[in-house]
Design a protein around this ligand. Structure first.
Ligand code: PMP
Length: 347
């Protein structure tokens, strides 16, 4: 198996040089065709001056990367920033090309982005425990030669983590990029997840996002991996993909590690409570979850979904993908209590 960079990316990507924005220098800026004025905002002049909304954001998000490095205990050179991890998935598929391989059911954007970019998809059904069917993956790797494999762990929408051993086997045996999508890792209770392996494997990338820990509105996600891999992916990244407000807000909030620990703890204990309550309802089968949502099965998912909607509760109907299944996000305690009451009525 030859995992040289030349074999992991599209050959034409390797040849192009990425856009090089001017270095982010302090001084009298007359280089970037910005306007020296900025609308005065209602928040007051000091904040406006700090944000400098008339200027482009730091294209390399250097201060932010340093803070993220501390937050997740990695090196800044092993981090690439995205406008949500969605955007990074787009870049990843763009630079590797297809076929794009992933288990099903999983996060739908892997397949959607692959198709938009014109690449073939290889969809491998999960086993009966929603884990990775290793032999099917081995066969696909051997016979169909995927260029990139996505494994979401914890997996959306099933909620479980895949077997760590199987994921490691795929990373070791695949001769392509393997992305472990850790969007829900905060809730997985698995320590550091796969971040601890990024310097061990030349084809491993890990993605994370702030969307599931209280900041979906600012759109901020990251991909972690060896700097040689990130250099190629960075060619596809639009230079100013993470805007100034997001960079600024994230910098303020990342200092508050205790805040994140607190909300994660709250959601995990609420998840436990919600799972136990769902299990006690007759006609409901609950699947174990390591994420901030719970997959459950009822006899008639369509009518339960409609009944809940009528009562003002929006949950995800997965009937087409997993017969009888619905997915509910763990909310605040009072929201969960109200949801349980409505579900019982509907059933
Ligand atoms: N990966 C998975 C598995 C997800 O479920 C989601 C969001 N639903 C994302 C990535 C995208 O997250 P974002 O773009 O908000 O960072």
């Amino acid at each position: 198996m030859d995992l040289r960079i030349e074999n992991l990316f599209r050959p034409d990507i390797l040849r192009i040089e990425g856009y090089r924005p001017e270095a982010f220098l302090k001084g009298i800026k007359l280089d970037a065709n910005e306007c020296p004025y900025t609308p005065s905002l209602m928040w007051g002049p000091k904040m406006v001056r700090e944000w400098q909304l008339n200027r482009y954001p730091d294209p390399e998000a250097q201060a932010l990367k340093k803070a993220v490095a501390r937050f997740w205990n990695v090196r800044p050179e092993n981090i690439l920033q995205g406008n949500g991890s969605d955007e990074l998935i787009y870049y990843l598929i763009a630079v590797t090309g297809g076929p794009v391989c992933y288990p099903v059911p999983t996060f739908s954007m892997y397949g959607i982005i692959a198709r938009i970019l014109g690449y073939r998809t290889i969809e491998i059904p999960l086993d009966e425990r929603f884990d990775i069917p290793l032999e099917l993956f081995r066969k696909a790797i051997r016979e169909e030669r995927p260029r990139i494999i996505f494994l979401s762990s914890p997996n959306n929408p099933t909620g479980n983590c895949f077997s760590e051993e199987k994921m490691l086997t795929i990373i070791k045996e695949a001769n392509c990029i393997v992305v472990i999508d850790e969007a829900y890792q905060a809730y997985a209770e698995n320590g550091d997840g796969f971040l601890r392996y990024i310097r061990d494997f030349p084809n491993l990338l890990v993605t994370r996002t702030f969307s599931k820990i209280g900041l979906a509105g600012i759109r901020l996600g990251f991909v972690f991996g060896h700097e040689d891999l990130l250099r190629e992916i960075n060619k596809a990244r639009l230079p100013y993909n993470v805007n100034s407000l997001t960079q600024w807000i994230a910098l303020q909030i990342l200092r508050k590690k205790a805040f994140f620990k607190g909300i994660v703890k709250k959601i995990i204990s609420e998840r436990q409570r919600l799972m136990e309550s769902l299990e006690r309802i007759e006609g409901v089968t609950v699947y174990p979850s390591k994420a901030n949502f719970i997959l459950f099965k009822v006899r008639d998912a369509g009518s339960v979904h409609r009944g809940l909607l009528k009562r003002g509760f929006i949950i995800k109907n997965l009937n087409g993908l997993l017969p009888g299944c619905l997915r509910v996000t763990v909310g605040r305690p009072e929201e969960n209590r109200a949801f349980l009451k409505a579900l019982k009525e509907v059933l």
